[in-house]
Design a protein around this ligand. Structure first.
Ligand code: PLP
Length: 281
């Protein structure tokens, strides 16, 4: 198994970083996940653009062009050049004495790896999710490697034998622990606006484009916890989740558990078709 670390391809055993890396000490870094399908990396540009924007947001002076240039080498050395795989990338603020304030001019630590990974043809999963308080910070728009809040809420979902936790802040549903959430009411899609309380998912943005193509109206307005019972359908989105129908959310059951809502189904099909067509966008 190979890893890209600071300009070199090395084996996992030889991939070493300092204990003084700020990623290790503070979670001071940004990550990104994307998938390669049979016909290329799915929306690579959108993922690399988001990585660059996030690095700018937290002031890590690193140009992701280097990652872009090295991706093929990583895939080749991992024997995954034309294979379905998952690509993980992470950039941290580098190595420095442990202090909140950081010295300038320290090179970023850049790591990425690719693992074989196959997405199901169309996500058939009927997700069950719990509702949990969203106790994360107020910059959820940043794809930070510090994911303690996401991990803790996800763990609550696992302990409850469900697939995901939908998070509630100020009485409204923001997103999932590692997904965005959408609702359907009278043929219109409702989802939390892209502000500092959610991560603006690439899959979320793809769903917006698909809705435009399919002429499904979308309103970026959060759904309150007490409005869930009025919703017709609900689904999660994410790079590996794709469009996953929600069967149960908190106490509320959609569609008697095993049917997928009409609009959710339409979007799942359109998403699957998009994957076949233009994964390299
Ligand atoms: N929201 C959170 C908190 C996430 O961690 C993720 C993905 O990791 C998403 C949403 C979905 O983002 P994307 O569609 O870009 O994978």
């Amino acid at each position: 198994e190979k890893v890209y670390l600071n300009g070199k391809i090395v084996s996992v055993e030889d991939a070493r970083i300092s204990v003084f890396d700020r990623g290790f000490l503070f979670g001071d870094g940004i990550y990104e996940v994307m998938v390669q399908l049979e016909n290329g990396i799915f929306h690579k540009k959108a993922h690399l653009d988001r990585l660059q924007e996030n690095l700018i947001k937290i002031g890590i002076p690193y140009n992701v062009k280097e990652i872009d240039d090295q991706l093929e080498t990583l895939l080749e050395s991992s024997n995954l050049s034309n294979e379905s795989c998952l690509i993980y990338m992470q950039v941290t603020r580098g190595v420095a004495p442990r202090k909140h304030s950081y010295p300038k001019g320290v090179p970023a630590t850049v790591m990425m790896y690719a693992l074989p990974y196959t997405l199901p043809p169309i996500n058939p999963k009927h997700m069950k999710a719990i509702l949990e308080p969203d106790f994360r910070w107020h910059r959820c728009d940043i794809k930070s490697i510090s994911l303690l809040g996401n991990i803790m809420t996800n763990e609550s979902a696992m302990e409850a034998n469900t697939n995901e936790a939908a998070l509630i802040r100020n009485g409204v549903i923001t997103e999932g622990s590692h997904t965005n959430i959408f609702f359907v009411k009278n043929g219109t899609i409702l989802t939390h606006p892209a502000n500092e309380h959610i991560l603006n998912g690439i899959s979320r943005q793809i769903v917006f484009q698909l809705c435009k193509d399919l002429e499904i109206p979308v309103i970026e307005k959060p759904v309150a916890e007490n409005e869930v019972i009025d919703m017709d359908e609900a689904f999660f989105t994410g790079t590996t989740t794709q469009v996953a129908s929600i069967a149960q959310l908190g106490e509320h059951t959609f569609y008697g558990n095993d049917d997928v809502g009409k609009i959710t189904r339409k979007l799942q099909e359109a998403f699957a078709e998009l994957r076949m067509m233009d994964s390299t966008q």
